[in-house]
Write a protein that binds this ligand. Structure first.
Ligand code: ADP
Ligand code: MG
Length: 585
C-alpha cells in the first residue's frame, strides 16, 4: 500500500469549490457571469434570506440557453463551451473559461437548472437537479428560452465553510457589490436585483455610462462626475471620475473594468489617485468608474481563481496613460462649478442674541460674494458650536495676526514667537475632544429641525442598517423608512441641529467606508469622522475675531498640539530660530 492516493472526483470538486465558492456572493458572481456570457439582454437576480442568512440564490436570463445534452455536461468539472485550448485565452471575450463554476457550486449546494435553447429548436426545456455533485433528477419540462439556475443549501456539506459566513447583511452587501460591478461593466444588459420580493437594484439597457451610474448611485453623484478619456494604440480609456470635492476615505469607490471584466487592481487605483495630484489630500480617494478596453493579447486573465485580478503586459504604459487621462479630465473641466448645495439656513443659537459679524471683504462679483458669505456663515456656526466656558489654557498666550492661504492662522506670542496654526486640524482637535466628552456623558445628540433623508445604493444601505446601533452610540438617530431610504432624526451636537444635509450625508458615507473591526475602533472612527466633517475647512476665510476664538478654544483642549490623526496643529518659530534664519546674533 502506498500512502499517496489519487483523490476521488467528489473530493477533488469540493477542494476546487473551496477556491471558487467562498461565500454566497461568489455564487452570484459566477451565475451572473454565465448569464452575461450567454448573450442575455435581461438578467434577474433573486435572493431569498431569513434571519440566519441567505437561503436561495436564483439567476434568470434570456440568453442562448442549453440543450439537454449541454445542460448535463455543464456540471462536469472543466467542461466549457468558451475555449478549446489554452491559446484561446489570449483572445478571450467571455468572462468564464475555466469550466469549473457550475461543478464547484453543485459540489457544495443543491442546484436546480432549467434551460431551453434560444431559437425554437427544442420544444421542451431541460430541468436538472444536482446535489453535492450527484445528479438527483433530470427531466423535460416546459420552459421559456434562456436559463434559470437556483442554488439552495449552500455549504450544507461543508460546515467549516459555513461557519465562516458573516452576518446576513454583510453577505447581502457582498452580493450587491458583485451585482453592482457587473452592472457597471455591462450596460448592454438590464439587471434587476430582488431580495425577499423587494427590488433592490435595477439598471436599464442603456449602453452603460452615466445612466447606469445614476441608476445605481443616484442622480446626485452622477451629476457631479466628469468624463475621462484616453487612448494608446492598444488601449482605450473611458468612464467618469469625481471632482476633488467628492472624495472618500478609502479607494473602494474606484471601480475598474477591463474588457467587461470587473477587476481590482491596486496599480490602477494608484494611477487614478496620481492623476489628482495635490487636488486631494494624502488620505483621500476619488470616486471613479473606469472602463478600459485593452488588446486581449496584453491581458492575462488566468491568474486568479475567481478572475478578480488580471496581469497586464505593458502595465507601466497603461497606468501612465490612466494617470494622464485623469489629470487632463480634471484640468479641462471647471471644477469650481459644483452642483449647487442646499442654501445654508441660519443657525438658531439657543439664547444667542449675539449678532452675526459682517462678512469679510471678499466681494468681487456677485457670485463670489455669495460663495464667500456662505462659507463665512458656515465657519461662524461651526466655531460657535464649540464655544466653551473656562478651562485651563494649555497654549502659550498668542495674538492672531492674520491668515495665510485661508488655511493657516499666523499668530504672535508675547515673547516674540511666531506661530502657524492649521485651522482645520485645530478645529478638528477641539471637536474631537468635545465629541468624546459628550459621548461619555451620553449627552451628544441633538434633534434635527427637519430630518435629513439619505437614500443609498443597496450595498451601502445593508451596511448602514448594520451600523444603526453604532451610530446611535455616536449621537446619530437613524431610522429606516422605505426602500434603501433612511431618515436621520438627530445628529451629534457637534454637527449642529441646522447643519446642511451635505455634511450629514458625507459623515455617513465616511462611516460606511470605514473598515475598523472592533467596537471601540468603530466608536473612535465615528468620533473622528464627526470631528473632521464638523470642523472649519481649509480655505475658509476667517475674521480676526473668529481666528481669536479658534485659538482660545484650541488652548482649552487636552492636547492642543496635534489633531486626532496625530498631525501637528501648531508649529512654532521662536525668536532665536527666527534670528538664526536671518543670521542675526
Ligand atoms: P465557464 O463559464 O467557465 O465555461 P461554468 O461551469 O460556469 O464554466 O459553465 C459551464 C458551461 O455551461 C459554460 O461554458 C456554458 O456553456 C454553460 N452555461 C452555464 N451557464 C449558462 C447560462 N446561463 N446560459 C447558457 N449556458 C450556460
Ligand atoms: Mg462560468
Amino acid at each position: 500500500m502506498t500512502k499517496i492516493r489519487v483523490l476521488d472526483p467528489d473530493t477533488v470538486n469540493q477542494i476546487a469549490a473551496g477556491e471558487v465558492v467562498e461565500r454566497p456572493a461568489s455564487v452570484v458572481k459566477e451565475l451572473l457571469e454565465n448569464a452575461i456570457d450567454a448573450g442575455s439582454t435581461s438578467i434577474l437576480l433573486d435572493v431569498s434570506s431569513d434571519m440566519a442568512g441567505i437561503t436561495k440564490i436564483r439567476v434568470t436570463d434570456n440568453g442562448e440557453g442549453m440543450s439537454g445534452e449541454e445542460a448535463a455536461l455543464a456540471f462536469h468539472p472543466h467542461a466549457t463551451s468558451k475555449i478549446r485550448e489554452i491559446a484561446d485565452l489570449s483572445a478571450i471575450r467571455t468572462l468564464g473559461f475555466r469550466g469549473e463554476a457550475l461543478a464547484s457550486i453543485a459540489a457544495v449546494a443543491e442546484v436546480t437548472l432549467v434551460t431551453r435553447p434560444r431559437g425554437g429548436g427544442a420544444l421542451a426545456g431541460t430541468r436538472i437537479v444536482v446535489r453535492g455533485g450527484e445528479v438527483v433528477e433530470e427531466s423535460e419540462v416546459g420552459a421559456p428560452e434562456g436559463t434559470t439556475v437556483a442554488v439552495e443549501r449552500l455549504f450544507y456539506n461543508t460546515p467549516a465553510r459555513r461557519k465562516f459566513l458573516k452576518s446576513r447583511n454583510t453577505e447581502l452587501a457582498h452580493v450587491y457589490a458583485v451585482a453592482e460591478s457587473l452592472a457597471l461593466a455591462h450596460g448592454e444588459v438590464a439587471f434587476r436585483v430582488v431580495q425577499n420580493g423587494k427590488e433592490r437594484m435595477a439598471t436599464q439597457r442603456s449602453g452603460g455610462g452615466l445612466t447606469t451610474i445614476a441608476g445605481l448611485y443616484g442622480a446626485e453623484l452622477a451629476r457631479s462626475l466628469v468624463p475621462v478619456e484616453g487612448r494608446l494604440p492598444f488601449l482605450r480609456i473611458g468612464g467618469y471620475i469625481s471632482r476633488p470635492s467628492e472624495s472618500r476615505g478609502n479607494p473602494s469607490q474606484i471601480s475598474v473594468s477591463i474588457n467587461g471584466r470587473s477587476i481590482s487592481s491596486r496599480q490602477i487605483a494608484a494611477a487614478v489617485r496620481e492623476g489628482y495630484g495635490t487636488l486631494l489630500p494624502k488620505d483621500r480617494y476619488p470616486v471613479a468608474f473606469l472602463e478600459l478596453s485593452i488588446d486581449t493579447g496584453l491581458v492575462d486573465v488566468n491568474v486568479h481563481p475567481t478572475k478578480r485580478e488580471v496581469r497586464l503586459s505593458r502595465e507601466r504604459e497603461i497606468t501612465g496613460a490612466i494617470a494622464a487621462a485623469v489629470e487632463e479630465a480634471l484640468t479641462k473641466h471647471d471644477l469650481t462649478r459644483e452642483t449647487p448645495d442646499e442654501p445654508v439656513q441660519q443657525q438658531i443659537v439657543p439664547g444667542g442674541a449675539e449678532p452675526v459679524p459682517s462678512p469679510p471683504p471678499v466681494a468681487e462679483s456677485g457670485a463670489s460674494y455669495t460663495a464667500g458669505h456662505r462659507s463665512f456663515t458656515l465657519s461662524d456656526r461651526q466655531l460657535r458650536r464649540t464655544e466653551t466656558e473656562g478651562g485651563e489654557n494649555l497654549l502659550p498666550a498668542m495674538e492672531p495676526i492674520g491668515q495665510v492661504a485661508a488655511t493657516y492662522i499666523v499668530a504672535e506670542g508675547s515673547d516674540g514667537t511666531l506661530y502657524l496654526i492649521d485651522q482645520h486640524a485645530a478645529h478638528e482637535r477641539i471637536l474631537y475632544d468635545q465629541v468624546s466628552e459628550q459621548r461619555d456623558r451620553a449627552a451628544g445628540s441633538q434633534e434635527l429641525i427637519t430630518p435629513v433623508v439619505v437614500s443609498l445604493p443597496p450595498k451601502e444601505s445593508a451596511a448602514l442598517r448594520d451600523a444603526i446601533p453604532l451610530l446611535a452610540d455616536g449621537g446619530f438617530v437613524v431610522e429606516e423608512f422605505g426602500r434603501d431610504t433612511f431618515a436621520v432624526r438627530a445628529v451629534p451636537a457637534a454637527l449642529g441641529a441646522a447643519e446642511d444635509p451635505g455634511t450629514i450625508r458625507e459623515a455617513i458615507a465616511d462611516l460606511l467606508a470605514d473598515e475598523s473591526r472592533t467596537a471601540p475602533d468603530r466608536r473612535e472612527a465615528v468620533t473622528c469622522i464627526v470631528a473632521c466633517r464638523g470642523a472649519v475647512k481649509a480655505g475658509a476665510i476667517l475674521t480676526p475675531e473668529q481666528q481669536k476664538r479658534l485659538l482660545m478654544q484650541l488652548a482649552r483642549t487636552k492636547t492642543p498640539w496635534a489633531c486626532p490623526h496625530g498631525r501637528p496643529t501648531v508649529v512654532a518659530f521662536d525668536r532665536r530660530k527666527l534670528d538664526g534664519m536671518f543670521r542675526r546674533g
